[in-house]
Design a protein around this ligand. Structure first.
Ligand SMILES: Nc1ncnc2c1ncn2[C@@H]1O[C@H](COP(=O)(O)OP(=O)(O)O)[C@@H](O)[C@H]1O
Ligand SMILES: [Mg+2]
Length: 236
């Protein structure tokens, strides 16, 4: 069953049209990857779904409801949260305060407390660093914090923008393991990655985005073996 259903979505910046009418779907329980070259429009896609970049055309259905022109905070409170490219944690706030910021749409302090513990369960290092300023964390820890902060709104769908960017392979493996665990616990994931191989190994299905258009969509396993994907995105 479709959790997210995007139809003919268009968005851009000023005179530049970036998304030229893209359609995609994420089902309940799925991990879906969007792969594509630098500048293809991956970040713009996630920012538009989150209500940060304005929609110029098309529609976004989430959990059966039209969220196409809702303000960002209402989209978050309906269960769609993003971990942005480049982490964008609050460097002067502590790890714990960063997590609390992720719960800004909620008014159930006990539930929030329980979810902080849950975040620490997924990323134990964050508990050790709870009182440290976010800016003092390593890149990998900041990525973990960005994901954990997004989880604080109890999302049904988690949008992840380049979670592997700039991180050592060991750390990337660890983060991808947690993404898989989150998914097993019921969170659907829409993952944007330049690391196409890792993304397609993790995902159930994938899309290729090329200069603002979806040019391919298939089961991730099929895409991993597709000669065009191999040549263009897997360096084979
Ligand atoms: N804030 C912005 N203002 C103007 N152009 C932008 C902005 N953000 C991105 N772009 C342009 O939109 C296109 C898609 O960018 P982006 O969505 O960041 O791609 P990707 O995440 O796939 O690398 C690029 O040509 C980029 O230069
Ligand atoms: Mg990007």
């Amino acid at each position: 069953m479709a959790l997210l259903e995007v139809q003919q979505l268009r968005a851009g910046y000023g005179p530049i049209e970036v998304l030229k009418g893209i359609s995609l779907q994420v089902d309940k329980g799925e991990i879906v990857a969007i792969i594509g070259a630098n500048g293809a429009g991956k970040t713009t896609t996630l920012m538009t779904l989150s209500g940060i970049v304005p929609v110029r055309g098309g529609s976004i259905l989430f959990d059966g409801q039209d969220i196409t022109r809702l303000p960002a905070y209402q989209i978050v409170s309906r269960g769609l949260a993003q971990s942005p490219e480049g982490r964008k944690i609050f460097p002067r706030l502590t790890v714990l305060e960063n997590l609390e910021m992720g719960a800004f749409t909620r008014n159930d302090p006990q539930g929030v407390q329980a979810d902080i513990e849950k975040a620490y369960h997924y990323f134990p290092i964050l508990k050790q660093r709870a009182k440290q300023a976010g800016g003092t964390l390593s890149g990998g820890e900041q990525q973990m914090l960005a994901i954990a902060r997004a989880l604080m709104s109890r999302p049904k769908l988690l949008l992840l923008d380049e979670p592997s960017l700039g991180l050592a392979p060991m750390i990337v493996l660890k983060i991808f393991e947690v993404i898989r665990e989150l998914n097993r616990d019921g969170v659907a994931v829409l993952l944007v990655e330049q690391n196409a191989r890792m993304a397609l190994k993790l995902a159930h299905r994938g899309y290729v985005l090329e200069t603002g258009s979806i040019t391919m969509s298939d089961r991730a396993e099929t895409m991993l073996n597709d000669p065009r994907v191999k040549a263009a995105y897997l360096g084979e």
